[in-house]
Design a protein around this ligand. Structure first.
Ligand code: SF4
Ligand code: SF4
Length: 310
């Protein structure tokens, strides 16, 4: 009778299963064993990288290919070789980033004051980073959407995803790894998540531009006129039929829009760079509040509730 094909989890003593089982049984026990030794999920990027390295170091492919015809003693020796390779790699990488890129695919770093020199070295440019202004809707660690209490600068994400702008999916690599931001260096997927940085550690536009009055004065004026918190309050007032709030709202919307146009035409900035200087457009913020702002051919915004436009 031909050996039965292994179709799932091993439900017997692994020692006996290894002694008598097919190579599919051995491979399944190997995966479970590795996840236990490495103390990580077999579906994580870190596991996949470490498994590739351990398999190569221990000659797993050869063991797998020959397993069904290996005598019992040779199976034991091969299995011990696999276990030793797993234990060694675990010790070498226990508290080390193995550059699997998983955290890079799930988000981009918030910048800290440690990262200021990266701008002076032009590792980070105005086109790589954007500003999250206070009041912007963000998702916190618990997955709840809430207004951001203070300003943050963040590396851009690949449009339509959460993947960091510097991550190259084709080669699973970071374009600036040797000079990566501090928050990337603090990633420790092998342990409990790192504590969030203290507010005083956060890099802000003031750190970058306070010494450049032409830019800094403009940022301050824009923030004064286009503060998201003020815009959110104006929306609440409008919803309560306090029509005078529309002046605040339209002033923020027009000032923000035409200032960006000016920065692009006169300062020759890219739209991305305007998002470092001014954060994301007020139009985009309104959209997070369920309000669509449309520019008419006369150059004036009109507003509609999202549900009215669908
Ligand atoms: S820190 Fe990030 S890139 Fe490094 S091993 Fe962990 S998930 Fe992968
Ligand atoms: S800067 Fe590099 S290391 Fe940091 S999240 Fe982006 S791709 Fe990953």
């Amino acid at each position: 009778m031909p050996p039965r094909k292994f179709m799932g989890k091993v439900h017997q003593d692994p020692g006996e299963a290894l002694a008598k089982g097919s190579r599919e049984v051995m491979a399944s026990i190997w995966e479970d064993y590795l996840a236990a030794v490495l103390q990580i999920s077999a579906t994580s990027g870190r596991f996949k990288i470490l498994r590739r390295q351990i398999d190569a170091a221990a000659g797993f492919k050869e063991v797998f290919d020959n397993w069904n015809t290996l005598p019992l003693a040779a199976r034991g020796a091969a299995w011990r070789r696999l276990m030793t390779a797993a234990g060694n790699r675990f010790k070498e990488t226990k508290e080390t980033c193995v550059r699997c890129g998983e955290c890079c695919r799930l988000g981009s770093p918030t910048l800290l004051t440690h990262d200021l020199p990266r701008f002076q070295e032009e590792i980070l440019t105005w086109n790589d980073v954007y500003t999250l202004r206070p009041g912007e809707q963000v998702t916190n660690r618990e997955g709840t959407v809430e207004p951001l209490p203070e300003e943050r600068l963040k590396v851009r994400e690949v449009p339509g995803s959460r993947q960091c702008w510097f991550y190259l999916a084709a080669t699973d690599s970071c374009r600036i790894y040797d000079n990566r931001p501090e928050q990337c260096r603090r990633q420790n997927c092998w342990s409990d998540p790192a504590r969030p940085p203290a507010v005083a550690q956060l890099l802000t536009r003031q750190h970058l531009f306070a010494e450049v009055p032409e830019v800094w004065d403009l940022i301050k004026e824009h923030q004064e006129r286009c503060d998201y918190r003020k815009v959110a309050r104006a929306l609440t007032d409008l919803a309560a039929d306090r029509e005078e709030a529309s002046e605040t709202l339209f002033e923020a919307l027009h000032f923000d829009h035409y200032l960006r146009q000016l920065l692009i035409s006169d300062w020759e900035l890219t739209p991305a760079a305007t998002e470092l200087l001014l954060g994301r457009p007020v139009e985009a913020f309104l959209q997070t509040q369920g309000v669509i702002a449309t520019l008419t051919p006369e150059g004036v915004f009109k507003l509609a509730r999202q549900e009215e436009t669908t």
